[in-house]
Design a protein around this ligand. Structure first.
Ligand code: 6LW
Length: 547
């Protein structure tokens, strides 16, 4: 029997800034990916609750130049829209310490791909761009800017401009359609315009994406404003409860609205599932670039990044939206849309590396050429060349990682790797970026082979535990618990020998690592310049541990 509720998040792990569109009875969503490649994962659903990834909109290294991207730069908050037989994604690539932003549009006939090469939009600025097609088929581009004259530090304006339908270049004026001094909102970002009934609605994120995030709404008779704020803004947020609350879900912002084919309204938005733990400040002796550490949240961390939540929306008598539930917040259990249940194809917990193409969930840090992995050199195995770049070094280490999607999980890998020279290592990695990781590797160190667990905190590597290693196939296990990671190894599949237990998990919390990412985990290998070695992985397993 069909239940009338579902569980949030609908997409688990670091997939923030969701944008959604509907075509007939099918829903498509895109989320941010920062410097991880392939980028802009695209998902499909028929019931808004069960989603399957069908592609990555940025999947060819030539599509974009990621070389100047730091880890939380790269691809932020895209918008996906469908118009007249074509899918459009508008986004920008953020590089060079957030000082350069390249706005672009990509298109596809099939959202699974291939997506076109980007068309860069001359003169477009700001972040979180969006598209709107009006009734006359005109195409509007909308984004937010920091105004020349700041009335207060978090002051922002939203602009809209028409784009040429052929060239996607700005046609005519850039209109400031909303200025956040109107309601003194903070960090008014992520604009989405909708025409609903005889009004235009402007949905924005507010408060900044960390702890004070929310969704504001405004409306106008004219596309170009002036927009009147909803008196209940923010209409959706969980920001008034501490991060670590009994609802189990916090923050909530950066929304996009969709109406089902049956007429119901839903909003997708980002939210977090924190756990209680005081995070260590690993940056103590280093200046932090982006400081966000509100006291009320000191004891809460989140390693899963910002995840995708879904909430039913009702429109009140005054024509403003609200969460259609009892407490007006976004909860772990919400009312299911009245749509036939959709079961995406079964996703195995194990990747046996038996297909000629890598599963689309695997990512690397920025596109790396030439390829450092192969699924064909030894059929049935993933072969990873041990490149010269180590996990804490910039420039793209040999690794294939996927998002950590549960606080409690177990990951395991079967690896064949014989290090030949000092500095060669391969195994499992759980990481945010070059600055924050744990490694469980087989390595050569001082002429001997070891199984080692290393911590990388604020870029500094420490060997936490090491035991002499043996030749032959090795099994490596990583167990995640709320706020901790435990590392085991074994020479037989079912024997788990403890190496380093209950290591500080807050190391890989978004708050401690201080960026926009959640944790990623997978396979990794490194060597020395001039040495050529490789590790073969027979399988990788990831599974949630149920309570
Ligand atoms: C996103 C923006 C934001 O583009 O975080 O603080 C950015 N706000 O809306 C990255 O997810």
């Amino acid at each position: 029997m069909k239940k009338n509720t579902f569980h949030n998040p609908i997409i688990k792990g670091g997939y923030p800034d969701p944008s959604i569109c509907r075509v007939g009875d099918t829903y498509y969503m895109v989320t941010s990916s920062f410097y991880y490649f392939p980028g802009l994962p695209v998902f499909r659903s028929k019931d808004l609750v069960h989603w399957e990834q069908i592609g990555n909109a940025i999947s060819r290294p030539e599509q974009l130049d990621f070389q100047d991207c730091d880890s939380s730069e790269g691809l932020w908050a895209a918008t996906i829209r469908y118009h007249d037989g074509t899918f459009y994604i508008a986004d920008m690539l953020d590089v060079k310490g957030r000082t350069c932003r390249y706005h672009f549009i990509i298109t596809a006939k099939d959202p699974a791909g291939p997506w076109s090469d980007p068309v860069f939009i001359e003169g477009a600025g700001g972040i979180d761009p969006s598209l709107f097609f009006d009734r006359d088929g005109r195409m509007w581009y909308c984004s937010n800017l920091i105004p020349d004259k700041l009335e207060y530090p978090e002051h922002k304006v939203i602009y809209a401009c028409e784009l040429d339908r052929e060239t996607y270049q700005i046609k005519g004026e850039q209109h400031i359609i909303f200025d956040s001094v109107t309601d003194h909102s903070f960090y008014t970002e992520a604009p989405h315009i909708y025409e609903i009934g005889d009004m235009y609605y402007l949905l924005t994120a507010c408060g900044g994406t960390q702890t004070n995030h929310g969704v504001n709404i405004y409306r106008s008779n004219n596309l170009l404003g002036p927009y009147e704020p909803c008196p209940r803004n923010p209409v959706i947020t969980n920001r008034h409860v501490r991060l670590n609350n009994s609802i189990g879900a916090a923050v909530m912002g950066h929304g996009d609205l969709v109406q089902t084919q049956k007429g119901e309204w839903y909003m997708v938005l980002l939210g977090i599932r924190p756990y209680q733990r005081e995070g260590k400040d690993y940056h103590e002796d280093r200046p932090r670039k982006w400081i966000r550490k509100p006291d009320r949240n000191r004891d809460a961390q989140f390693n899963l990044g910002r995840e995708v939540f879904l909430v039913p929306i009702a429109w009140d008598y005054d024509g403003w939206p609200m969460a259609d539930n009892e407490n007006g917040m976004v909860n772990l259990t919400e009312r299911r849309p009245d749509l036939p249940v959709y079961r995406p194809p079964y996703q195995s917990r194990v990747d046996n590396f038996e297909t000629p193409q890598l599963d689309m969930a695997w990512c690397m840090r920025r596109p790396i050429l030439p390829p450092f992995y192969s699924l064909t050199k030894r059929p049935g195995y993933l072969r990873l060349e041990t490149g010269a770049i180590r996990a804490e070094e910039p420039g793209g280490a040999s690794m294939l990682v996927r998002r950590q999607q549960h606080n409690d999980f177990q990951a395991a890998v079967a690896m064949e790797f014989e290090p030949q020279k000092d500095g060669e290592e391969a195994g499992l990695i759980v990481t945010q970026n070059e600055q924050f990781s744990y490694l469980l590797v087989k390595e050569m160190w001082q002429g001997q082979v070891w199984i080692s667990c290393c911590q990388i905190a604020a870029g500094i590597r420490k060997r936490i535990a090491a035991v002499p290693g043996e030749c032959g196939r090795l099994y490596l296990y990583l167990e995640g618990g709320e706020g901790s990671y435990s590392f085991y190894y074994g020479y037989q599949e079912r024997s788990l020998l403890p190496l380093a237990l209950d290591q500080d998990g807050s190391l890989l919390s978004t708050i401690v690592a201080d960026g926009f990412l959640g944790a990623y985990l997978g396979m990794y290998g490194a060597g020395q310049i001039g040495t050529h070695n490789y590790a073969d992985f027979d399988w990788f397993r990831y599974e949630a541990i149920e309570e």
